[in-house]
Design a protein around this ligand. Sequence first.
Ligand SMILES: [Zn+2]
Length: 87
Amino acid sequence: MKNILNNLLTFFNTTEKDSFHYVRIERNDKCFCNSGKKYKACHYPEHQKKSKIAVKKISETTGEEQIKVLSVKRLRKEYYRVKSNVH
Ligand SMILES: [Zn+2]
């Protein structure tokens, strides 16, 4: 019971705060699919055809990273969430 409550609380907290940002996967970065190839030599051409783009969704509360493939349109709408990748 306690666990369920905690899970619910975490769920509401994270959706309420909605604190995450995106970091774009650059063409010269390694592809997210662990192929060992660069993004541009792996999934990038396919994404480009579909007007999609791979990003890392990074939670600002837990630092947890998730790979997301979003449409360019959607990412434009959420441009304020996109932080540039600092190397
Ligand atoms: Zn790939």
